[in-house]
Design a protein around this ligand. Structure first.
Ligand code: ADP
Ligand code: MG
Length: 380
């Protein structure tokens, strides 16, 4: 990838610039916890975006996407918003940096990536984080990494129409090889935990389905959580978010809220605790417990939170049947990937079984992505 970028840069712009990169991400555990003020537990992965960048002395950005084989030029004012989706991510990062009083002037750039698009590994965050990090260094703005993550998030909100949380950009910027990061979505405090699963592999199985339900169901889940939190708050005023509630406090209001809301809340409160339990297990190097928690999350997402689907439940069941250490749906649900912690010796048989049996049942093959927890945004 690096060589292709450099060759193209040389052809288009001559003298070389500097190389920057950032990463896609996984979330080991902690799903639907972010908007409940709970924990998420992401890490950057060994696929991402790489970009060569050089200041060009004008007020124009000249950008080439190797993967789309497309060249775009745009100015840095609000009205210069480019048509191309991919260019909007770069434009948005420029604009959001400028809005935060950062300096951005014209530059030339060529970039490419190897995060599968739309698979739930956040290729868009990798793209934003690469440019947010690079422009900050190149123009000497001194913006801290947390604000850089916000620049990426605001880019999605204001220029790409995606109302995302902060996790993806946070992981992409703060990611470190061999570490996962527990982020408290209420206080934004974070802590690194070791993740070096020697003898295991982390593998994502992409069901390649996305069920339509996702966005309306998401809003309904949020409403259920808010309703449960409000009921608990009557007895325990300190409960700001559902994640602040103890399990027994939820039991106190069982008869006051619809059964459905109770089940949703049961999942969330359990999930927040599971993140903590997984962190403890990782500090002991106990990957079997980590795996067991992943199965519990899957059960919760499927049976209590009800955001799984037939394809994902099938993959999870197959993993369990084959004694895979851990497996669960990753992301919001209703499609996308499962994330699996698989012993080395089980890897080949597992992948073969998944390929054969999933394809036979659903008529299309899933995709397989092996990932290693790696560094996030950096200069090369
Ligand atoms: P994801 O879940 O992977 O973040 P999104 O739909 O949010 O999926 O972002 C994908 C978009 O990000 C693409 O449509 C494209 O505009 C941009 N993008 C991601 N990777 C690349 C790349 N390698 N080259 C050009 N654009 C990319
Ligand atoms: Mg995205």
């Amino acid at each position: 990838m690096k060589q292709r970028i450099q060759e193209k840069f040389n052809t288009l712009f001559g003298e070389p610039g500097d190389l920057y990169a950032s990463a896609g991400r996984i979330n080991l555990i902690g799903e639907h916890t972010d908007y409940n003020g709970g924990y998420v537990f992401p890490g950057a992965i060994d696929c991402g975006i790489m970009a060569e960048i050089k200041v060009n002395g004008t007020q124009k950005v000249r950008a080439f996407s190797l993967d789309y084989d497309e060249y775009v030029e745009f100015g840095l004012q609000e009205e210069d918003k480019p048509e191309q989706q991919w260019a909007r991510y770069i434009f948005g990062v420029c604009r959001e940096t400028i809005k935060r009083c950062g300096k951005v002037e014209g530059f030339d750039t060529v970039f490419a990536g190897d995060v599968p698009l739309g698979a739930g590994l956040s290729s868009s965050a990798a793209l934003e984080s690469t440019y947010a990090f690079a422009l900050n260094e190149i123009f000497g703005n001194g913006i801290d990494k947390f604000q850089l993550a916000k620049i990426g998030q605001s880019t999605e909100h204001n220029y790409c129409g995606v109302k995302c949380g902060i996790m993806d950009q946070f992981a992409s910027l703060f990611g470190k090889a061999g570490s996962l990061i527990r982020l408290n979505c209420k206080t934004m405090e974070y802590k690194y935990f070791p993740f070096n699963p020697e003898g295991y592999r982390l593998v994502l199985i992409d069901s390649c389905v996305k069920h339509e339900l996702a966005s309306s169901a998401y809003n309904k889940r949020r409403a259920s959580c808010e309703n449960a939190a409000a009921a608990i708050r009557k007895n325990h005023p300190e409960v700001e978010f559902l994640s602040d509630a103890k399990r027994v406090w939820l039991d106190e209001v069982r008869d006051d809220i619809p059964e459905e809301d109770f089940l949703r809340a049961e999942y969330v409160i359990g999930e927040v605790q599971r993140v903590l339990d997984v962190c403890d297990a990782l500090e002991r190097g106990d990957y079997e417990t980590v795996g067991e928690m992943m199965y519990q999350t899957h059960f919760g997402m499927s049976k209590l939170y009800e955001v799984s689907c037939e394809e994902l439940d099938f993959l999870n069941k197959l993993a369990r049947k084959m004694d895979v250490t851990g497996s669960r749906v990753m992301g919001g649900g209703f499609g996308g990937c499962t994330i699996n912690l698989v012993k080395d010796e089980l890897y080949m048989p597992f992948i073969e079984a998944v390929m054969d049996q999933f394809t036979e049942k659903f008529g299309h093959a899933p995709k397989v992505y092996n990932v290693v927890i790696s560094d996030g945004a950096r200069k090369l």
